[in-house]
Design a protein around this ligand. Structure first.
Ligand code: GLN
Length: 489
């Protein structure tokens, strides 16, 4: 077992026993990044100097106060951030040419909390431009490759986060999930990903894509680490008016509670024809494991599921077109100015700064919001969204969690879907409804395809039911060892 293989909780034990220093650990990860990043391309920016400085500080604290106080679990632990989190003094690109030299003057709330808990930030992770995509091919910094098979995509948009955790380049990472961007890449890379309930984690300092759907969450090697990292970033923040003022439980406390008597619902709309046979098999095996662990399996229905993808692509693009209006070449970001006037400068800057998928979405969203179409598209989509949310709330009157596949297939080949946006959009068919409903869900490894690619299982919880899905995930993890498998890169 190497240092870079370990989890947050295992490393924490070693750090407090002084078997290891944060500096050793940080150096081990920096070396690992240097060796494997040329192949994987998970990092856009590596911050060795800042990381060493934070590691030295953590070591000082550990040396001075060891034995006297209980250390935060993240003290001295190396982590990495999707490049959508603004970081003081560290370039934040959102994988776009638009922001390729943007150096933010402040840390977002989640980042600040991690730093305050003593974490060491290794760098910024690749992603689909402005978090739009499901394969990480929409990055201005080149695609990320799946550590399990370099010809395959890692999923997206937090592809760099999932690939870096799987390739042992960082202990864990933060990602964001608007329609599946934490869960789908976690599934494709064989790691754990959790999308918290909307409002659970502050979005302050997270570059906005679709503000009513965006949520921050952890990508980790195991369920316990997801509980730790979620606990570190969750909570009310008066800088984000949509963050919810509800107390944050100790997510680790009841992890081992087990699933005896837990009612798990299987939504029939998620077990459809397009579902790959190997994915189906893995999910069925997982259901059997839960049965054996004493859970009660119940059939449920989420009848509005077929409308979710269409509804999402109206709401997400509408919000994106509005959020991305700020990149006009004036205050920050790329500016192309031929001296032909203000309007020309706007147009040239946006034409040069945004990639094709981002432009496609801005156009779709602008159209959906334009007068005459608003009622037919945007307003209708909002109504459908309410129906989708009601489906979930209704299902949760009879069950504690829902169990579904994360994605219809395992990771696909690079460029396989790049020319077909609709096929790409359908990758998120099982994750999107959760964002529309605003509730929480996680992805955890539950199998491998014949080609040796990871397959993930999705557990969906009630609003603010993160504790319950973590418990259910933990029980599954203890009963299986899919999470222990690592790619041979
Ligand atoms: N793949 C979806 C999209 O392109 C979801 C992305 C996300 O969750 N950020 O919008």
């Amino acid at each position: 077992m190497q240092l870079t293989d370990l989890t947050i909780h295992a490393l924490h034990d070693k750090l407090i026993k002084r078997e290891l220093s944060s500096m050793d650990l940080t150096e081990a990860f920096l070396a690992r990044i240097e060796a494997s990043n040329p192949q994987i391309n998970a990092f856009i920016t590596v911050c060795p100097e800042q990381a060493r400085k934070a590691a030295a500080e953590a070591d000082k604290l550990l040396a001075k106060e060891c034995g006297e106080r209980k250390f935060g679990l993240l003290t001295g632990i190396p982590l990495a951030l999707k490049d959508i989190f603004v970081t003081e003094g560290v370039r934040t690109t959102c994988a776009s040419k638009m922001l390729d030299n943007f150096i933010p003057p402040y840390d977002g709330t989640a980042v600040r909390k991690l730093k305050e808990s003593g974490a060491v930030i290794l760098g910024k992770l690749n992603m689909d431009e402005f978090a739009m995509g499901s394969s990480n091919e929409n990055s201005a910094f080149g695609p990320v490759r799946n550590p399990w098979n370099l010809d395959c995509v890692p999923g997206g948009s937090s592809g760099g986060s999932a690939a870096a955790v799987a390739a042992l380049q960082t202990v864990a990472a933060l990602g964001t999930d608007t329609g599946g961007s934490i869960r789908q890449p976690a599934s494709h890379c064989g790691v754990v990903g959790l999308k918290p309930t909307y409002g659970r984690v502050s979005r302050y300092g997270v570059i906005a894509y679709a503000s009513s759907l965006d949520q921050v969450g952890p990508v980790t090697r195991d369920v316990e680490d997801a509980a730790i990292l979620l606990g570190a970033v969750a909570g009310y923040d008066n800088a984000d008016s949509t963050s919810v003022n509800a107390s944050v439980p100790d997510y680790r406390k009841n992890l081992k509670k087990g699933v005896k008597g837990l009612r798990i619902g299987l939504p029939k709309e998620y077990f459809i024809d397009g579902l790959d046979a190997e994915v189906k098999q893995s999910i069925e095996a997982a259901i059997q494991t839960y049965r054996e662990l004493g859970a009660e399996i119940v059939d449920v229905s989420l009848p509005h599921t077929p409308y979710a993808v269409a509804c999402y692509y109206l709401i997400a693009t509408a919000e994106a077109s509005s959020n991305l209006a700020r990149y006009d070449g004036v205050r920050y970001g790329k500016r192309v100015d031929d001296g032909k006037g203000l309007i020309d400068m706007y147009m040239q800057s946006r034409a040069a700064g945004f990639g094709d998928e981002v432009k496609r979405r801005i156009m779709l969203g602008t159209y959906a919001l334009s007068s005459g179409y608003y009622d037919a598209y945007y307003l209708k989509a909002q109504k459908v969204r309410t129906l989708i949310r009601q489906d979930f709330l209704e299902a949760f009157t009879g069950v504690d969690v829902l169990l579904t596949p994360v994605a219809p297939t395992a990771a696909f080949k690079l460029s396989e879907k790049a020319e077909d946006p609709l096929q790409m959009y359908l990758s998120d068919i099982f994750t999107i409804p959760v964002n529309l409903a605003g509730t929480c869900a996680m992805s955890l490894p539950c199998g491998h395809s014949g080609a040796g690619l990871p397959i993930g299982l999705q557990l969906v919880g009630k609003p603010f039911g993160e504790e319950t899905i973590l418990q259910a995930a933990y029980a599954f993890e203890q009963a299986t060892d899919w999470h222990k498998k690592a790619p041979s890169i």
